[in-house]
Every structure is written in C-alpha cells, then in structure tokens.
Design a protein around this ligand. Structure first.
Ligand code: MTE
Ligand code: MO
Length: 384
C-alpha cells in the first residue's frame, strides 16, 4: 500500500477521501483564530505523501542559461534571505457541494472549509531564479515557471503545475519556496520539506514536496494544468468539453462564507442576540473591503465588522495595494428579529475592484464544480 507511510491526522478533520487523503476541518474552527493551526488546515493530496529525507533533499532549477542549479535544503535556508508572508490558500473546489445541489458535478464534495490562512516562511522564488541565471535576456522568451512535486503516481508521473513568469519574478508577487508553516517545519501533509506558496493563486499551483522548477515557454504539461482546474460555461457538458478552450485557473474570484452558526442550528429566542461569523477573501491580492450580511434571505443587509488579526485593536496597517494575500475574518452581532421562526442568513463579500459574489450557483455551474463562490446561505430555526 503506497499510502501506508502517510502521516497521522487530527481526528477532528472530516475526510473527503482517505487514499489519497483529502479533508477539511469543521467550519467553526476557521473563525476561531486568524491563523489556521496547521493540524486543522485542509489537506488536499492527489497521491501518496512522499517521504523526503531533509539531508539528501535536492531542489533542481532548470531552463535558465546558467544550466541546472541544484540546491539543498540548507542552501535554501542559508543562501537566500528568509521572507514571511501570511497568505490564504483555497482549493479550486472549495464549496463544490453547494454547486452539486444545482446539478451533479465531478470532484470531491468539499464543504466551505477547503480554505485556510497560514504564515509561510522561506526563500523568495524570485531570488532563487535570479541566482539560477534569470535576467533581461530570459525575459524575452520565458513565459511560465513549472513546478514538479516528489509525489508520483504508479506510472512515475509527478504532480505538476505552473504559474506565469511575471508572478514568479515580480518583487511584489511574494512567491515563496516555503520551508516553514506557522513558524514550524512544514508538516508532511503540507509539503515537507519545501513547497511553493503562490499568494493570491488557486491552491493547485502551490506545489508541495517541490522537486523541480523549470523556466519555460510553455505551461506545465501535467494533467492538472492542462485537463483539470479550468472553468467552463454551464452549457458545457462532458460530451462537448474541450479543455484546450479555457485557460488554467490562476487567480481566484472573491469568496466568503458563514462559519457559524451552522445550517439547521436551533437558536433559543431568549438569547435575544445572534452572532454570525465567517471568512472573506479574494484572489490576485485584491483586498476584501466589505462583507454584507442578511438575516432575511437577502431583503435587508447589514455590514459586518472585518478583522485582519486576533488582536482587539483592528484595523491593522492595511496591506500594500494588490498584495492583500490573507483573508479577513468577519463578524456581526444582531438582535433576533422578534417575529421570525426561521432565518435565512446570507453573506457576500466585495473586494477592492468592487467584484462581488453572484447570488446563486446556477449561472456559474460548471462540470468540474470549481470557482464555486455564490452567496453563502445558512438556515437556522428559532425556538420559543
Ligand atoms: N502539490 C503536490 N505535489 N501534490 C498535490 O497533490 N495538491 C494541490 C496543491 N499542491 C497537490 C499539491 C492542491 S489541488 C491544493 S488545493 C493544495 O496543494 C492543497 O494544499 P494543502 O494540502 O497544504 O492544504
Ligand atoms: Mo485543490
């Protein structure tokens, strides 16, 4: 069994599949702390977790005029400045289960918790590419940076993905070759000893157990870049889909969800007040500027309070424009409407490009169930 050496996981995680292991935490855990503890962070593996010996680990950087640059873990830690970035990672399939209710899609039936926010530390990909020979002449032809994992399927094919060269080499792109998550060595499930962290970009490009980096004219030829993680029209079905016709997902759209209360919760009327909590995030470094909450199915709205840390005093210094990589937690405490016996709570977020979430899933339905970001709706009952 190639999965027999997979690490142990926290029992509170809710698995979507065991081999490969994919799991998400109970949603309310996400709003308990601004930084998601690694043990609760969602896990999405496509293959067995590779066992990597940190002493013999080597990272190969290829495709540049200087030839192949080979780095040990020690090289990565000592030859390049260490940078720390707080960034949210979200799977393309987060909230797929809600799209599934419109019409069956193909993919793991994720709830709302295939997302997490962590502090990542490591070398900047930009610095490593510069050391490997990236320069003005390369800018003429290079288009993509490909990543290959050390996890392989039975045919020996590794997990792979790529990002545009501009994101990889930009000073403001903050792409890391991370060896720490939340101040500790990367856990096995999250890519020990080194993973790529591409802030603002879909989870799938954040390649774990990184073995090889290639600067190229082409995108990664991997299945996951070419034939998966793409968005299509609601009218496209499995008979008509042409994967070549759509670009690979990179930046994700604006997203938010209610982490508490949970669907079906019964609230005691004597409580008088109700606190609603959730998360909000947008891709591409766009900052969430507002979250609207409704208790009456969208007839009336109130603005939630946004938080960028666990500190009492918020707001923090806002991130530089275009570099808002981390989510905002939000909450709102409201009086229970006196007559209501049931509430339909809704949240929707707005980012600083004034992108907003669509109200329903039908118009954004797609056969792979990705980019599932319609208003999040939770129904609760009020008991006398
Ligand atoms: N990298 C490798 N090598 N193998 C994988 O299966 N899964 C990708 C990405 N990087 C994957 C990978 C996907 S689809 C997602 S959503 C994220 O890792 C999940 O990261 P996490 O498990 O650290 O939350
Ligand atoms: Mo993913």
């Amino acid at each position: 069994d190639p999965y027999s050496s997979d690490p142990e996981r926290h029992p509170v995680l809710r698995p979507n599949s065991l081999k490969p292991f994919t799991a998400e935490p109970p949603p309310e855990i996400l709003s308990d702390s601004y930084i998601t503890p690694s043990v609760f962070f969602f896990k999405r593996n496509h293959l067995p977790v590779p066992q990597v010996d940190p002493a013999s680990y080597r990272l190969h950087v290829e495709g540049l005029p200087g030839g192949v640059l080979t780095l040990s873990l020690e090289d990565l830690k000592t030859r390049f400045p260490k940078h720390t970035v707080t960034a949210t990672l979200q799977c393309a399939g987060n909230r797929r289960s809600e799209m599934n209710k419109v019409r069956q899609v193909k993919g793991l039936n994720w709830g709302i918790a295939a997302i997490g926010n962590a502090t990542w530390s490591g070398a900047k990909l930009r610095d490593v590419l510069l050391a490997a020979g990236y320069g003005p002449d390369v800018t003429q032809w290079a288009r993509h940076v490909q990543f290959e994992g050390l996890d392989k399927d039975i045919t020996g094919t590794a997990y792979g993905a790529s990002i545009p060269i501009g994101k990889a080499v930009s000073e403001d792109g903050d792409v890391l070759l991370a060896y720490e998550m939340n101040g500790e060595d990367l856990p096995a499930d999250h890519g020990f000893p080194v993973r790529v962290v591409v802030p603002g970009i879909v989870g799938a490009r954040n390649v774990k157990w990184l073995g090889k980096i290639t600067v190229s004219t082409e995108e990664s030829s991997s299945h996951w870049q070419q034939n998966d993680y793409k968005g299509f029209s609601p009218g496209t079905d499995w008979d008509t889909v042409d994967y070549k016709s759509a670009p690979a997902i990179q930046e994700l759209p604006v997203q938010s969800a209610i982490t508490t209360p949970a669907e079906g919760t019964v609230i005691d009327r004597s409580a008088e007040m109700l606190t609603v909590k959730g998360y909000a995030w947008s891709g591409g470094g766009r900052e969430v500027i507002r979250v609207d909450v409704s208790l009456d199915g969208g007839k009336t709205w109130q603005v939630a309070q946004l938080k960028s840390s666990d500190k009492e005093e918020d707001p923090q210094t806002p991130p530089p424009l275009g570099r808002a990589w981390a989510w905002k937690l939000w909450e709102i405490t409201v009086p229970l409407p006196p007559e209501a016996q049931e509430l339909e709570i809704i949240c929707k977020a707005v980012d600083n490009s004034y992108n907003m979430q669509p109200d329903t899933f039908a118009p954004i339905w797609n056969l792979r169930g990705v980019l599932s970001n319609a208003w999040h709706r939770v129904k609760v009952k009020i008991s006398e």
